[in-house]
Design a protein around this ligand. Structure first.
Ligand code: ADP
Ligand code: MG
Length: 695
C-alpha cells in the first residue's frame, strides 16, 4: 500500500514543488508575494507558469483552468489546453505568465445582481498565489478571484481577501499598543466541520425531489428515525467506510488536511473535519471538499447530499466554522496567555468579538441565509435563528467579576485588575459542551455553527472578519489616544462587557423560553432569508462594510439581490417539482390503490356477505386525501403562476415566504398522510426508511 506521507499533496504545486522547480530568485520573489501580498513581477510569473506547466504535464495534465467562486455558491471553471500550434504542424505545450495571472471568462452568464447592467459584461479572473494550484482530473487548477473589468467583485473570494486585510490592519494597531515587536501580520484561520448525508444512488434516481432540489419534498417519517441516537459516533458501515477511505485519499492528494470522520446524529448522516487553515485557503479547500465528496460518492453507487435539510423530521446538516485570529509569529489571539499582559490582550480580543457579534447580529445571520438553511435556523432545530454567544460558566464569571469590580474565584481577595493580575486559570475542556449555541467559545477559538452544509464559508467569514475589524478599529482609536493605557484598557473592557453582555447566553438554545428571553434582551430573531437579507442594505451595515473596503455600495446592493434571487429561485423550483410529483406520481398512485381496493371490495361483496368495513373506510379516507392533494396542488400551482407579478425581488421573496412555502407545506401534509395509508408496492418512489437505512 502506498504511504499517506508519500501521496499527501502529490497533486499540489506547493512549497516543496516550488522549491524544487523554481530558481532561488523566483522562489523568493513568489514567497514574498504569498506572505506579504507584494505585487508579482511578470518575469516571475512567466517562470512560475513554465514550472507549473512542466510539473502538471509530467503528472498527466493536458489542460489548465482558472478556478473561481461566482455568486452561484458553487465553483466555476473553463478548461483550456496547453497546446499551441508549432509552424511545422506539430503542437507544443505552452503556458505563459500572462495566462497564469489573468483569465477572461465570459462573465455574462454568472449572477452579478445588476452590476453587469452598469458595468461591462466581461469579467476577469486573477490568480490568488496564496492558495496553491493543484491538479484534478487531468487539469491544472489555478485558484483565482473573479472581478468585473472595473474591479467590482463578482465572487466570494475578493471580499474575503479584503476582509482578511481589514482585520489584519486593525488587529496590528491593537497589537502595537501591547508592544508586540516582530509581529508582521495577523491572519484568521478556519476549520470547517462538514456534515453530509449518503444515500443509495439507485434509490436517489427514483426521487425527482432529490434529483431536482437536493432534498425530499415529500416523505412520511419512518417508525425509526433518530430517536435511538444509536447512529451518533456509531460504528461505520462497510460501504460508508470504503467511501470515507476513498474520500480521504482523494482529499489528501489535493493537500487537504482531512482529519476526523464520524457518523452524525441522524441515520445516514456523517461528518468530515479538516485541520484548520488560513481562511481563504480553508474556503478553497472546503469548496473542493464538497466537490470531491459528491464525485467519490458516484464511484461507490452513492449520492452525497449536501442540502441543509434533506429529510423532514431528521436533523439537518450544518457546517461548523471554527474561527481564530493569530499572528505570523504563531500567537493565537483568542488563547488566554501566561502573563498579565497577554491575558489583558486576550480579554480585549474576546471583548471585541463579543461586541462585534452583538453589533452585527444581522450581518452574521444573513451571511448564512439560504432557502435550505432556513429549514434549520428558522425551524425547531439547532441552532436557532437568534444569534448568541456561549462562553462557558468560568469565562462568564471572569467577565462578571471585571464588570462589577469584584474578585473572581473563592480565594482571590483583590478585585481583578487587567494588565496587572494574572487571569485565573480556567479549564478549556468545559467550554465546548453546549451544542445548541450558534456561536460558542471553545477554548481558543469561536465556533460559528449557523452555516448550512452547502454554504460557501466565505460569506460568514467576510462578515465576521469585517465586524471584528470594525470593533478593533474603534478600540484602537480609543486606546491610541489614552494617557493611562492600563486604566483605559480596563475601562474599555469593562464597558464593553456591560454594554454587550445581552448577547452572552450559556443555556439551552432550543428551549422555547430562550426565544422569549432573547426578545426581552432585544436580540433579533430573523427566521427566514426574506426577513434577514435586506438588512445588509441598512445604513449601519453599508457604512461599516464600505469603510473597511470590504464592499462597494453597488456590490452590497447587488449581493442582496443575488441572494434573494437565489432564495426565490430555489423555492420556486421546489414548488414546481412538488406540483409535478403530486400530479404525475403521487395522486395517480394513491388513486390506483384506492380504486384497486374498491374493486376488491366489489368482488368480495359479490361472493360473500362480509361488510368490508376496513376496506370501505380506507377507500373513503383515501378519496378525501386525494381531493385534498388535488386542491393543494392547484393552490400551489396558483402561487407559482402569480410569483412574477408580486413585484421587485424583495416583494417576491416575501411572497415566497408568505404564500408559496405555506402552500407547499399544505400539499406535503396531505401527501405524507396518504403515504402512510398506501400499500408500499403502489408508492412511486422509495420511502424514508429505504433512503435512511438503505446504505
Ligand atoms: P469538535 O468541535 O468536534 O470538538 P475540535 O474542536 O477539535 O472538534 O475541532 C474542530 C475543528 O476546529 C477542526 O477543524 C480543527 O482543525 C479546528 N480548530 C482547532 N483549533 C483551531 C484554531 N485555533 N482555529 C481555527 N480552527 C481550529
Ligand atoms: Mg466542533
Amino acid at each position: 500500500m502506498e504511504k499517506i506521507t508519500e501521496y499527501f499533496g502529490s497533486m499540489v504545486f506547493d512549497e516543496r514543488v516550488m522549491k524544487a522547480t523554481l530558481s532561488e530568485k523566483v522562489y523568493k520573489s513568489l514567497k514574498r508575494t504569498i506572505d506579504r501580498s507584494t505585487p508579482l513581477d511578470i518575469s516571475v510569473a512567466n517562470a512560475v507558469a513554465a514550472a507549473m506547466k512542466d510539473w502538471a504535464i509530467e503528472k498527466g495534465a493536458t489542460h489548465y483552468t482558472h478556478w473561481f467562486q461566482p455568486m452561484t455558491g458553487v465553483t466555476a471553471e473553463k478548461h483550456d489546453s496547453f497546446i499551441t500550434p508549432a509552424p511545422d504542424g506539430r503542437v507544443i505545450m505552452e503556458f505563459s505568465g500572462k495566462e497564469l495571472v489573468k483569465g477572461e471568462p465570459d462573465a455574462s452568464s454568472f449572477p452579478s445582481g445588476g452590476l453587469r447592467a452598469t458595468f461591462e459584461a466581461r469579467g476577469y479572473t486573477a490568480w490568488d498565489p496564496t492558495s496553491y494550484a493543484f491538479i484534478k482530473d487531468g487539469t491544472l487548477y489555478i485558484p483565482t478571484a473573479f472581478c468585473s473589468y472595473t474591479g467590482e467583485a463578482l465572487d466570494k473570494k475578493v471580499p474575503l481577501l479584503r476582509s482578511m486585510e481589514a482585520i489584519n490592519k486593525q488587529a496590528m494597531r491593537v497589537l502595537k499598543l501591547f508592544g508586540n515587536e516582530g509581529v508582521r501580520s495577523v491572519r484568521t484561520s478556519v476549520g470547517p466541520e462538514q456534515e453530509y448525508f449518503l444515500v443509495d444512488r439507485e434509490m436517489w434516481k427514483k426521487r425527482k425531489d432529490l434529483v431536482m432540489t437536493g432534498r425530499t419534498l415529500f416523505g412520511a417519517m419512518p417508525p425509526k428515525g433518530q430517536e435511538m441516537e444509536d447512529h451518533y459516533f456509531g460504528s461505520i458501515k462497510t460501504r460508508v467506510a470504503e467511501y470515507m477511505a476513498d474520500l480521504d485519499k482523494e482529499l489528501w492528494k489535493l493537500g487537504i488536511l482531512a482529519k476526523t470522520k464520524h457518523n452524525e446524529v441522524a441515520p445516514a448522516q456523517h461528518e468530515l473535519a479538516p485541520i484548520y487553515k488560513t481562511t481563504n485557503i480553508a474556503a478553497d479547500h472546503n469548496q473542493l471538499t464538497m466537490e470531491v465528496m459528491k464525485k467519490v460518492a458516484e464511484r461507490h453507487g452513492l449520492v452525497c447530499l449536501l442540502h441543509e435539510k434533506p429529510f423532514e423530521g431528521v436533523n439537518g446538516s450544518g457546517k461548523h466554522n471554527n474561527w481564530s485570529i493569530s499572528t505570523d509569529t504563531g500567537v493565537n489571539l483568542l488563547s488566554p496567555g501566561e502573563t498579565p499582559y497577554e491575558n489583558a490582550q486576550f480579554l480585549l480580543f474576546l471583548a471585541a468579538v463579543i461586541k462585534a457579534v452583538d453589533d452585527y447580529q444581522d450581518l452574521l445571520r444573513l451571511s448564512v441565509a439560504t432557502a435550505g438553511n432556513d429549514h434549520r435556523l428558522g425551524a425547531n432545530e439547532a441552532p436557532p435563528a437568534i444569534i448568541s454567544i456561549f462562553l462557558g460558566d468560568e469565562l462568564t464569571a471572569i467577565l462578571e467579576a471585571i464588570e462589577n469590580d469584584k474578585p473572581y474565584g473563592g480565594t482571590a481577595k483583590e478585585k481583578m485588575k487587567l494588565g496587572v493580575d494574572v487571569l485565573p486559570q480556567f479549564s478549556k475542556d468545559t467550554t465546548d459542551r453546549n451544542r445548541t449555541s450558534p456561536f460558542a467559545f471553545t477554548g481558543n477559538k469561536f465556533e460559528f455553527r449557523m452555516l448550512g452544509s452547502s454554504n460557501s464559508i466565505s460569506c460568514a467569514n467576510i462578515h465576521l472578519n469585517a465586524a471584528v475589524a470594525e470593533v478593533l478599529k474603534q478600540f484602537a482609536d480609543k486606546l491610541e489616544g489614552a494617557k493611562d493605557f492600563n486604566k483605559s484598557l480596563h475601562d474599555l473592557i469593562k464597558k464593553t462587557i456591560k454594554d454587550h453582555k445581552r448577547i452572552i447566553f450559556n443555556g439551552n438554545g432550543y428551549d422555547d423560553s430562550w426565544v422569549k428571553e432573547a426578545e426581552k434582551r432585544g436580540l433579533s430573531n430573523l427566521r427566514t432569508t426574506a426577513d434577514c437579507m435586506p438588512k445588509i442594505c441598512d445604513k449601519k451595515n453599508v457604512d461599516m462594510l464600505i469603510s473597511h473596503g470590504i464592499f462597494t455600495e453597488a456590490e452590497i446592493y447587488s449581493r442582496c439581490d443575488i441572494m434573494l434571487e437565489n432564495y426565490v429561485k430555489s423555492v420556486n423550483i421546489e414548488a414546481q417539482t412538488m406540483v409535478d410529483m403530486a400530479r404525475k406520481e403521487i395522486i395517480p398512485a394513491v388513486a390506483k390503490f384506492a380504486a384497486d381496493t374498491a374493486s376488491a371490495v366489489a368482488v368480495k361483496k359479490s361472493v360473500s356477505k362480509a361488510a368490508c368495513k376496513y376496506e370501505t373506510k380506507l377507500v373513503e379516507e383515501l378519496s378525501v386525501l386525494i381531493d385534498k392533494m388535488d386542491e393543494a396542488t392547484t393552490e400551489l400551482e396558483g402561487t407559482v403562476s402569480k410569483l412574477k407579478t408580486s413585484g421587485a425581488i424583495t416583494k417576491e421573496s416575501e411572497y415566497v415566504r408568505d404564500k408559496m412555502i405555506p402552500a407547499m407545506d399544505k400539499l406535503r401534509a396531505a401527501a405524507d398522510k396518504a403515504e402512510t395509508m398506501t400499500a408500499e408496492d403502489y408508492y412511486p418512489f422509495p420511502a424514508y426508511d429505504k433512503l435512511l437505512f438503505g446504505v
